[in-house]
Design a protein around this ligand. Sequence first.
Ligand SMILES: Nc1ncnc2c1ncn2[C@@H]1O[C@H](COP(=O)(O)OP(=O)(O)OP(=O)(O)O)[C@@H](O)[C@H]1O
Length: 208
Amino acid sequence: MISINIEKKLKAYSGQQWLKIDHQFADSSITKIYGPSGAGKTTFLKIIAGLVVPEKGGITVDGVTWLNTSSKISLSPQKRLVGFVFQNYALFPNMTVQEHLEYASNDAQWIQRLLKIGKLETLSDHKPEYLSGGQQQRLAILRAIAIRPKLLLMDEPFSALDPKMKSALIAELKLLFAELKMTVLIVSHNPQELEGLVDGELLINAEE
Ligand SMILES: Nc1ncnc2c1ncn2[C@@H]1O[C@H](COP(=O)(O)OP(=O)(O)OP(=O)(O)O)[C@@H](O)[C@H]1O
């Protein structure tokens, strides 16, 4: 169980806004995160990963305190070990597809399986600049999963995929998430794309 209760001041265009979230995520649940642009969805994922620290609040994961602002506890991102699929992919320009996955895992069979799931087997020696947007996005997803995280955070992870590729990948990921018992949070603007995958939703709205 992941328990989150945080308050973060957002640097908004028009005055000041607060991101306030009080929510629990069950183990192995898959949740869609949605809400208006600028409401703080990306910031929320970054707070969970330890990349942004909120003014106030706490996060506990399976009884372990990741964050407690009143006792000044904040585990480093390395210690939280979450998988993160960034909206802009954040790939390494000098690494091939294969090297991205080897950086995350030294299990050759697992890497082969991931390459197949992402339909990147024939592109394993390519660097990101020689990949299409959709291929780069699939690599970002595979790299995040490669570490077998307990918690996977995905920020608009399917935005560059065509409908056929998207539904095939989502079907594969659904099986993988269940097999690895991953808890997954997915930010998505698309009302339909996560149907059949998610078992819960969280609306994020910034407050004045
Ligand atoms: N580290 C930060 N500290 C405080 N405010 C931030 C920080 N990062 C971003 N912001 C501000 O928080 C607001 C929300 O940004 P964020 O990217 O989280 O929104 P979002 O809901 O993901 O939007 P979109 O759907 O457009 O991607 C913006 O006004 C942004 O300027």
